[in-house]
Design a protein around this ligand. Structure first.
Ligand SMILES: Nc1nc2c(ncn2[C@@H]2O[C@H](COP(=O)(O)OP(=O)(O)OP(=O)(O)O)[C@@H](O)[C@H]2O)c(=O)[nH]1
Length: 455
């Protein structure tokens, strides 16, 4: 059972309580039985299921619940709390400091997604103001250096590695020394994997840990490995000092429950999840947000945090607010808005924080089309002169033709962009404030915005 289905089954079990005229021990038992089956089908560790289901039972004492209380709500809250505690770790999560070098070492089995995740992690921190660099200490797999090099080049992250040196410890130590001197504040070491938990892999990890003294060791776990996740997580924890976990491949058909619950074996928090092969398919993990979304409930605080933080940065916000109050919406501002939408990354995870939106609301192909359209608009805007970008008037025909020729597109593409500009200018002229809910209302809600981008 994939995770989205797990959420659906748990919500269904809870919803059935609505239809019961009396909610008593028997009804609660039926509901918890259904939840137990759903968790089992999603590969959550049996021992954990029993422990958490018992906790729910023990936390709801029907004899002590007075008449007026909403029993369904109490049960729902107890289930929510237990699902959170299943995924929570007491240990605080590690955050690298800016301006001071932190060393982060990635470990995991071959194919778990380490190399991809290292670059995603570096890119995420770069976007948020760190100065990251990568080290390829995987001298075991031929092609590992080239793979990381390709990823790093795409993400514009500096990389240290060697085609000839076969000792991973030597590469890692030299890399750390060099990158520290070059004042990178986040030094990320990609290590090699093996097909299974081999002694040689663990020995290599131990040596790397001793030689580079990382501030944190991040264990990368593939979510599709089911029940065996628990043993794997435990074996890694026993070999190196795992301090954080990243679960990959939570997109697609992974059951995910096994990996999510196995995190307890590492006694470390999940800090990110990988939701696809693309660089942007990477999300910060927040237990409460995750469980809310799993159960199909809205995560409005998470949504607002993301949209306010990314769509309009604080500095831009005051300048743009000033311009808007003067009724000025220029092509340059349109460019900035499009850039902000691209910076948000994939829309589906964002939208799934809202009630009524499922994670597959926008299929990947549509998402790609929408992003291609934004990029096309930005290419057109790139070919405009500064004067044109800061102008808020319509463009004459000869200019439209010049711009179309400049970017090698048809005139109708430029005309489409102008229509979109007029629509946005009209909308912003009425808003005159950068209050996000207000703007979304003007856009006809997110559904309206998404429809526009998809057409
Ligand atoms: N669908 C999906 N694929 C992923 C994700 N993360 C990584 N992958 C894919 O998983 C495969 C293996 O990823 P790598 O990054 O090469 O794995 P690795 O752990 O570095 O492997 P070794 O270097 O051989 O130890 C690649 O095809 C990645 O594109 C994810 O979150 N979702």
């Amino acid at each position: 059972m994939v995770l989205a289905e797990l959420g659906g089954c748990i919500s269904n079990a809870l919803r059935k309580l609505n239809n019961s005229s009396v909610i008593d021990k028997k009804e609660l038992g039926k509901c918890l039985n259904e939840i137990t089956h759903a968790l089992r089908d999603a590969d959550v560790n049996f021992e954990f299921i029993n422990r958490h289901i018992n906790n729910i039972k023990n936390n709801i004492n029907f004899d002590h619940l007075s008449e007026g209380l909403n029993k369904r709500k109490i049960i729902e809250q107890a289930v929510f709390n237990e699902l959170c505690s299943l995924l929570n770790s007491e240990k605080p999560s590690f955050t690298p400091r800016k301006g001071k070098p932190s060393i982060v070492m990635f470990v995991g089995l071959q194919g778990s997604g380490k190399t991809t995740t290292c670059t995603k992690y570096a890119r995420h921190h770069k976007k948020n103001g760190w100065n990251p660099a990568l080290i390829c200490a995987d001298t075991f797999r031929a092609g590992a250096f080239d793979q990381l090099k390709q990823n790093a080049t795409k993400a514009k992250i500096p990389l240290y590695g060697s085609y000839t040196e076969l000792d991973p410890v030597k590469v890692a130590v030299e890399g750390v020394e060099r990158l520290k001197k070059e004042v990178y504040d986040l030094i990320i070491i990609d290590t090699s994997g093996r097909h299974k938990q081999e002694a040689s892999l663990f020995e290599e990890m131990r040596q790397l840990e001793q030689a580079t003294k990382p501030d944190v060791v991040i264990f990368v776990m593939d979510s599709s490995i089911g029940q065996s996740a628990f043993d794997q997580a435990q074996a890694f924890k026993q070999s190196v000092d795992v301090g954080a976990v990243i679960i990959t491949k939570l997109d697609g058909h992974a059951k995910g429950g096994g990996a999510l619950s196995a995190v307890a074996a590492t006694d470390s928090p999940v800090i990110f999840i990988g939701t696809g092969e693309h660089m942007d398919d990477f999300e910060e993990f927040n237990t409460q947000s995750f469980v809310l979304r799993l159960l199909g409930m809205s995560d409005l605080p998470g949504f607002m945090k993301k949209i306010n933080g990314v769509v309009i940065s604080k500095d831009e916000k005051s300048k743009q607010a000033q311009d808007l109050s003067k009724g000025k919406f220029t092509f340059r501002m349109m460019y900035e808005q499009l850039q902000n939408i691209l910076n948000m990354g994939p829309m589906s995870p964002l939208l799934s924080m809202l009630p009524g939106f499922k994670s597959d609301f926008m299929p990947k192909t549509k998402e790609k089309d929408a992003q291609a359209k934004i990029k096309r608009y930005m290419t057109i805007l790139d070919s405009m002169t500064n004067k044109e970008l800061d102008c808020k008037k319509d463009m004459c025909k000869s200019r439209i033709m010049r711009v179309a020729r400049g970017v090698g597109l048809q005139v109708k593409e430029v005309t489409k962009l102008l229509e979109e500009y007029k629509r946005l200018a009209k909308m912003f002229s009425k808003v005159k404030t950068l209050n996000t809910p207000h703007m979304l209302k003007r856009m006809g809600g997110l559904q309206g915005l998404m429809k526009t981008l998809q057409t």
